[in-house]
Ligand binder design. Structure first.
Ligand code: BGC
Length: 410
């Protein structure tokens, strides 16, 4: 190795891989509230009013992961991944209230067996933003009495698949689910109501704590939520005060109420904001390079995020971190720069045990449709969803294989 290079070695048995979610990859989830929303007149008209073609904003067949999972897990294995994250789609398993579809459960079992066959440790998500239409119509997580429906589904999945799931993720980013659905209203049910938002947050907390308790009492696999953690930097007058207040809501409110029901801490890291008392500058766009999604790139921020979680004395797994980069000119650097700061946190005592890049393949990026390309693997939508491994994926594969990051010595 060249003298100007340094090897950063990651802890033994570190988990390396990539993540995805059921709705964003599977395709054809017609019984989900998102599907109904994508095809609603209101949504179509809103897109058309902006001069956009609604077809580009429907999940459709997504990346057809529901049928091509074996190919995707095979590619992950070839890329030296030893872990994966994917999810179960509630609306598929229970398309009508109380009617569980056994054929779908069998299908998911094959999916899980395939992941295992390809040598992947499985992080399995129970809820990632979407709900069955019937559940949404009943008021979803706005009603406390509806939590029981989620628990019934979740218990069924846990009981059926505990032999395959090495880690459980109960609910993905409740903060964002609520923010997007009930505050800024870019996700269904598109309600702008802070009181409802708070109610939903608290019901999600209860749902997590109850299913986690059930898992702990009956099964060995560790449980967490996937917590969206934001790096906040004070700027200007009273910035420090503003940061403290906002950090409580973005990073701590849910974490503190669920942490005793988490065996590990699952972290999603994308965001860094500059914050002053007069408001915050989104993604610090004035300072940083932006991704295709318009988000500022700030790898340094993952270090303070991980260091603040260290105090909980629980293992930490990064469940999402990634970039929309259609040209694939920045992804390798993005990953390596973040890993550099992850390693820095580890060397200061943060017990980080795994890193999952978001995402394995290009997928349906919610309100942005099929535009943003996060995948290590391109999905060619013009060519029968053909999988094409991006160059950055090969570079990340070297890190995964050697369990080390090679950096230029400064
Ligand atoms: C979500 C993913 C999403 C990603 C990129 C995360 O917060 O969990 O579903 O695709 O961000 O926007």
């Amino acid at each position: 190795m060249n003298n100007a290079m340094e090897k950063l070695i990651f802890p033994k048995d570190f988990l390396w891989g990539a993540a995805g979610s059921s709705y964003q990859t599977e395709g054809g989830n017609r019984n989900a509230d998102w599907w109904a929303w994508e095809h609603s007149q209101k949504r179509e008209m809103a897109l058309e009013a902006k001069g956009l073609d609604p077809r580009g904003f429907c999940s459709g067949e997504a990346s057809d992961f529901y049928n091509r999972y074996d190919e995707d897990f095979g590619l992950a294995q070839q890329l030296n991944h030893n872990a994966t994250r994917f999810g179960i789609e509630w609306s598929r398993v229970e398309p009508k209230e109380g009617k569980f579809d056994e054929a779908v459960l069998d299908h998911y079992e094959k999916m899980l067996q395939s992941a295992k066959f390809h040598g992947l440790t499985v992080f399995l998500t129970l809820h990632h933003y979407t709900n069955p239409i019937w559940f949404a119509k009943m008021g979803g997580f706005r009603k406390r009495q509806n939590i029981g429906y989620f628990l019934r589904y979740a218990k069924k999945i846990v009981a059926r698949f505990s032999q395959y799931a090495d880690f459980w993720i109960t609910i993905n980013e409740p903060e964002l689910y609520v923010m997007q659905g009930y505050v800024v209203a870019t996700f269904p049910p598109q309600k702008k109501n802070p009181f409802l938002a708070l109610r939903v947050v608290n019901n999600l907390i209860k749902a997590h704590n109850q299913i986690s308790q059930y898992i702990k009492e009956n099964y060995p696999a560790p449980v967490s939520m996937a917590f969206n953690q934001v790096d906040l930097e004070p700027s200007g007058f009273l910035g420090e005060f503003a940061v403290r207040v906002l950090r409580y809501f973005t990073n701590s409110y849910i974490l503190l109420r669920t942490i005793s029901y988490c065996d590990y801490i699952g972290v999603n890291y994308y965001f860094h904001h500059h914050l002053g008392i007069l408001g915050f500058r989104k993604h610090s766009a004035h300072k940083h390079e932006l991704t295709d999604r318009g988000w500022g790139i700030h790898p340094e921020g993952i270090e303070p995020v991980l260091m603040s979680l260290k105090n909980f004395n629980k293992p930490i797994y990064i469940l999402e971190n990634g970039i929309a980069d259609a040209k694939d000119t920045r992804r390798e650097k993005y990953i390596k720069d973040h890993l550099y700061y992850v390693h820095k946190a580890i060397s200061q005592g943060a017990d980080v045990r795994g890193y999952l890049y978001w995402s394995l393949t290009d997928n349906f990026e919610w309100e942005e449709g099929h535009g943003p390309k996060f995948g290590l693997i391109e999905i060619d939508r013009e060519d029968l969803l053909r999988r094409k491994v991006r160059f950055s994926a090969l570079k990340y594969a070297e890190v995964c294989k050697n369990n080390e990051l090679i950096i230029d010595k400064i």
